[in-house]
Design a protein around this ligand. Structure first.
Ligand code: UDP
Ligand code: MG
Length: 205
C-alpha cells in the first residue's frame, strides 16, 4: 500500500488492472491440442472471458499496427513473438473487459514470456490447464481444420512442434513443480475432453 514499488507497478500496469482482483487460468498445450475449442465451452459454462494470445496477435496484424509485419513473419515461421508485444495486448484486453476472470490461451510459450508476464502484471495463474495430446493427432487436426491460417502448413507445423517441445513444455514443467498443472487427456473427441475439463473447473474455480 503506497510504497514506491506499488506505485511503480501501478504505473506499469495501468491503474484499472492493478485495482481489479483478477483471476487468470493459463490454457496450454501443443498446436492443435484443442485449446481454443475447449475455451469456448468453458466460457459458456463458467463465466470466463477467453483471451487467445494467437488471436490477439493476428488481430494486431490486421489492424495495420507498426508491429504487424514483424508479428506476421514470426507466426509464419512458428517463432515466439517478443514478450512485450504479447503482454501489452493481453493487458489491454483485460483492462477493457468488465470481467475479472480470464482464460489466457496459448501463452506463456516460453520461460521469458512467463517471468515477464508475472513481473509486469503481478498476476500469477490460479492454475494451468494443460491439454496433453499425441503429436500425430495434433498434426491431423491442424492439417484438416481449414481456418485459412498461414501457419497451418506442414513446414510451419513442424517448426511449431519443435518450439513447443523446446520452449513451451518447460513452462508446463515449471508450473507442475508448483502443483499448478491440471492435465487433461486431449486426444479424444471434443465432448469427452470437455467432461474432464468440467471436472477441473467444478473443483478448482
Ligand atoms: N504466438 C506467439 N506468442 C503467443 C501466442 C502465439 O508468438 O503468446 C505466435 C506463435 O508464432 C504461434 C502462433 O502465434 O506459433 C499461433 O499461436 P496460436 O496459439 O494461435 O496457435 P497454436 O500454435 O496453439 O495452434
Ligand atoms: Mg488457438
Amino acid at each position: 500500500m503506497g510504497t514506491v514499488v506499488d506505485t511503480a507497478k501501478k504505473e506499469a500496469n495501468g491503474s484499472s488492472l492493478s485495482e481489479k482482483k483478477i483471476t487468470v487460468v493459463f490454457v496450454l498445450g501443443g498446436p492443435g491440442s484443442g485449446k481454443g475449442t475447449q475455451c469456448e465451452h468453458i466460457v459458456q459454462h463458467f463465466g470466463y472471458t477467453h483471451l487467445s494470445a494467437g488471436d490477439l496477435l493476428r488481430a494486431e496484424i490486421k489492424s495495420g499496427s507498426e508491429n504487424g509485419a514483424m508479428i506476421q513473419n514470426m507466426i509464419k515461421d512458428g517463432k515466439i513473438v517478443p514478450s512485450e508485444v504479447t503482454i501489452k495486448l493481453l493487458q489491454r484486453a483485460m483492462q477493457e473487459s468488465s470481467n475479472d476472470k480470464f482464460l489466457i490461451d496459448g501463452f506463456p510459450r516460453n520461460e521469458e514470456n512467463r517471468s515477464a508476464f508475472e513481473s509486469v502484471t503481478g498476476i500469477e495463474p490460479e492454475f494451468v490447464l494443460f491439454f496433453d495430446c499425441p503429436e500425430e493427432e495434433m498434426e491431423r487436426r491442424l492439417l484438416s481444420r481449414n481456418q485459412g491460417r498461414e501457419d497451418d502448413n506442414i513446414d510451419t507445423i513442424r517448426k511449431r512442434f519443435k518450439v513447443y517441445m523446446e520452449s513451451s513444455l518447460p513452462v508446463i514443467e515449471y508450473y507442475n513443480s508448483k502443483g499448478k498443472v491440471r492435465k487433461i487427456d486431449a486426444g479424444k473427441p471434443v465432448e469427452e475432453v470437455f467432461e474432464a475439463v468440467k471436472a477441473v473447473f467444478s473443483k478448482d474455480a
